[in-house]
Design a protein around this ligand. Sequence first.
Ligand code: GAL
Length: 656
Amino acid sequence: MQYGGDYNPEQWSEETWVEDARLMREAGVTLVTVNVFSWSVIQPAEGVFEWEWLDRVLENMHANGIDVDLATGTASPPPWLTEQYPGVLPQDENGVNLWPGSRQHYSPTSPDYRRLAATLVSALVERYARHPAVSMWHVNNELGCHVAYDYSDNARAAFAEWLEQKYTTIKALNTAWNTAFWSQRYTSFAQIIPPRKTPSFPNPGLVLDFKRFSSDALLDLFVMERDIVRASGATQPITTNLMGAFPGADYWSWAEEMDVVSNDAYPDPNDPEAFRSMAFSSDVMRGLKPDRPWLLMEQATNAVQWRPTNARKQPGVMSAWSMQSVSRGADGILFFQWRQSRAGAEKFHSAMLPHSGEKSRVFREISALGADLKVLPQMGTGSRARVGIVFDWDCLWAVEGPAMPVTLDYHAIVQRWHAALHRQHIGVDIVSARSDLSSYALVIAPLLYLVTDESAANLSNYVENGGHLLVSAFTDVVDETNTFRAGGYLQALGAVFGVAVEEYDALVLPGTGGPGYREASFTVDGTSIRGEYMVDELHPETAEVVAVFSDGPIKGSPALTANGFGSGVGYYIATIPDDAGMTSILAWAAERAGVGPELTGLPEVVEVSRRDEHLLLINHGSEAVSLIIPADASEAGKKEERLELSFQGWTWLHRP
Ligand code: GAL
């Protein structure tokens, strides 16, 4: 179990480094990430490297028994670089430069940036590949965090090349994007421009491919640096810090290229449901490389500084959320950053060692957590859950594309389905529509708007072999090119659900005004469920109608259907339920699939998560709770036990 954080000693005198090492040892720190933003310190000019400073940092850590996750340092190009090569700057959709003065001001496809970054990484690994302090490599930092989409001429050239590789002929691209419409037919790849600001809606096919390209362009940077590190003979694992279900990059393809998945997670402590978003983010990480541990590379010890309101983490929250990550598969808990900055953009951002020093609440909590992590029970990498939720970046990009029937936030909606299981203490894995789903009793594929032939075959196969697949409105609408399949909607998965979709209708968006229907309700097993955002007009073919809409624009039309397909069942919900509705439908579907909670009778604010034979219970509520926990079935004669959990209190139970 690793413990530590980003360490930016370039901000401090070397006397302070001595104190840093002492306090790190006191807090139980085992691993620090160094050199993330040190490019201007180690390379003052092109062709000039000054390593002595970094040598001493690594020596200091090594002498104190602390390992280093050595960053390649490419995240923030120094001022000399952008002065000499202004063409490395990225551009926004108006074609305006994003200027130096903060960080991440590079175009991922700029040949100059790539060359200079590659030179830096080569020099770095040549010097440190075999350094005994270095236990891991950290490529760049949060690739795409500030600039997920670059619209510069670098991007234009690289996008054209990417498209040519994908489509081979311009004719194939014209067909895929239906450029016959609005006079958009191209006669060469060179004519294609990234989706910069246009008078009206840009072509949705172009927008979708640009998002795929942008994810690939960032990944290509990771791969370039990773290959340089590997080619140097370095044997340590190589990672880069991901950002949960970050909308700008298809992490399914990224994870394949990474040795270890690592995550940065900053849920808002002001949000009473933040612990559920944290759980979702962790489950995404575990899903990316199933059966392998991941690292929580960054989180805040207390407040951040980048929201309009930056609440602190109440006492205990930091520890509870950290333990939650361990229970969801993390083998390391790290923070941004070790020592709080005295100036600069993050001077109000919390750290492991705050301005108030070692006598502070935060440092006491940090030291206590370091000690708790040392005495954790021995744990494996975690077993698979019985329920899977599909997260699909192609769907996210397509569903949030231009000119749609209704504005939908894919990430938020998928996360709400996850929360609905979390509230019921049912364990869940995040999966891809292409994953092997055979171990899951129930799979939920929310807003599966875009379905490739490959995903459709995988999902059909899953149901045919006994799986229960639950989908909601707006499923299987378009193919991989964002085009309706011949015949209309639900053409790839129609047989699985045994219904035909005739029309979609948009409801007034939740939280907004205006005339029109706001909701569409239906009742399942005596519980009334409210649908929002949209309704699909379904016609049952082989499916059984479980419920019909009792109000809304298509009153009387099927709201929930169930269809036996092979030895499994396909469920179609013809709307997007609100939170309570998601919870009720999942309780109903889980029961039909034979899935139950990890423990019964727990309040919603008490979380339970399983890692192999260990269950973690956390009380996220604002008051202490007293729980009755059933006995461990493996220990004969043992009775149920009473468990008191204070606010943010947590405890591990052995439950094979
Ligand atoms: C992350 C970043 C860190 C730090 C942190 C502050 O996005 O990787 O360098 O800025 O946010 O919350």
